[in-house]
Design a protein around this ligand. Structure first.
Ligand code: ZN
Length: 192
């Protein structure tokens, strides 16, 4: 009787331990390696799920100075000249531009690249999520990518802000917490 009870407790403890060690959420973090049309690496982007949206930490190296549109595109495929990435990530089927009265979930502020071509910046996108299964998930069936354009986004012209050629592209891929140096050792479970 006593032994049975002990076994029962041990069994329950084992189950609990298994539940705790299961990965929290499918993708709390993601990464994209930006490359230009010649295949040269021009940027490294970490994406972190937060309560307020997806925090996008961007480090650009050796990009042409000036203003550049920066968007999330609908398809996770970067083949130069990057038309493969599709249009802007737009699960709401709205018109482009934060000054148009609508805007795509993938629309974000322009990047201002200084003369030396290097830029570190963080952008919060509250319209998207890394959580799979949600309508605005960046991990939908065909994935998503980050794209930098040759020109600035005018924030209103449909469908892409008159931003010109796509000069850099990176597929957004799930990444473990251990690939990001500044990440906490154990991320808390997301609030439902
Ligand atoms: Zn757009």
């Amino acid at each position: 009787m006593r032994i049975r009870k002990l076994l029962g407790t041990a069994g329950a403890a084992a189950l609990l331990a298994a539940a705790v060690s299961m990965p929290v959420g499918a993708a709390e973090m993601a990464n994209a390696q930006l490359k230009d049309s010649s295949g040269k690496a021009v940027g490294d982007v970490d994406l972190v799920q937060t309560q307020a949206g997806v925090l996008i930490k961007l480090q650009i190296k050796g990009l042409k100075p000036g203003e550049h549109a920066f968007h999330i595109h609908a398809v996770g495929k970067c083949e130069a000249p990057f038309e493969s990435a599709g249009g802007h990530f737009n699960p709401g089927h709205t018109h482009h531009g934060m000054m148009s009265g609508e805007g795509h979930a993938g629309d974000m502020p322009n990047l201002h690249v200084p003369q030396d071509g290097d830029l570190s910046v963080e952008v919060l996108n509250p319209e998207v999520t890394l959580e799979q299964g949600k309508p605005n998930s960046l991990f939908d069936s065909d994935g998503s990518s980050l794209v930098i354009h040759a020109k600035a986004d005018d924030y209103k012209t449909d469908p892409a802000g008159n931003a010109g050629d796509r000069i850099a592209c990176g597929v957004i891929q799930p990444s473990g917490a251990n690939t990001v140096g500044s990440a906490p050792a154990a991320a808390p479970a997301p609030k439902k």
